[in-house]
Design a binder for this molecule. Structure first.
Ligand code: FEO
Length: 163
């Protein structure tokens, strides 16, 4: 059984994962309108992964006797201006999500809920990977700078980077 504090914290994380999914979906749609099909595909996939993260929390909360709440979400941004902006936003967002996961773990320790703390370790590991990938992408984009040929190749090759 979850304590109400843990339940509330996990529901807040569920909302954050759902909003990550929506944000990456909006980025994917924007990239598609810019003719960047490879980047769009990568972001569509990433959006699906965030939905999986959200569902995993939803199922866990209910399994432990809580009630997972499907949240109302704010609309994500429509325009992103540049691909650098997209991935800088993504990196900043993932850093924020990692902090939120750490906060969830701290609440579990406070509440002596070691089962949930253990469940959250999957998210801790996942965040490590996601941040590393976002940093790799930003490094590549810095190398490319304003080079259109470089962007063309990046768009073609991004599918080979694993999330
Ligand atoms: Fe599920 Fe990228 O945080």
């Amino acid at each position: 059984m979850l304590t109400s504090k843990v339940e509330k914290t996990l529901n807040a994380q569920l909302e954050l994962e759902a909003s990550s999914s929506q944000t990456y979906l909006a980025m994917a749609s924007w990239a598609e309108t810019q003719g960047l099909g490879g980047i769009a595909e990568f972001l569509f996939m990433h959006s699906d992964e965030e939905r999986e993260h959200m569902l995993k929390l939803l199922k866990y909360i209910n399994e432990r006797g809580g009630h997972a709440i499907v949240p109302q979400l704010d609309a994500p941004a429509v325009e992103y201006g540049s691909i650098q902006t997209v991935f800088q936003t993504l990196l900043d967002h993932e850093v924020m999500v990692s902090q939120a996961i750490n906060d969830c773990v701290a609440v579990c320790i406070d509440e002596s809920d070691y089962t949930t703390q253990n469940f959250l370790q999957w998210y801790v590991a996942e965040q490590l990977e996601e941040e590393a990938l976002a940093r790799t992408i930003m490094d590549k984009l810095k190398l490319i700078g304003g080079d259109k040929g470089g962007l063309y190749l990046f768009d073609r090759d991004i599918a080979t980077l694993t999330v």
